[in-house]
Design a protein around this ligand. Sequence first.
Ligand SMILES: [Zn+2]
Ligand SMILES: [Zn+2]
Length: 95
Amino acid sequence: MAKKPNKEMRRRYAEAIEYGCILCKILYGVKTEATIHHLTGAGMGLRDLENFIPLCPRHHLYEEGIHFLGRRVWEEKFGTQLELLEMYKNDTKSD
Ligand SMILES: [Zn+2]
Ligand SMILES: [Zn+2]
């Protein structure tokens, strides 16, 4: 049976974008416009489509971005992607 496709994932991405950047929320208590970041890294099935967190362009791509600083430096600074994923999931499941 084919994996449930795009509709459900699109709904979840929209929900994540609506949630805002998780780091801006944690660090500054503000909601900023988010983009979807799929977890990166070795092993652990991290490439799964469902493993994503919302990050603003700054925390995603630019000066404080995981794709700019590199995963190790970024995770030392902000916490691991898995921790953030857990926080995001915990925070969104009750609504
Ligand atoms: Zn941010
Ligand atoms: Zn990314």
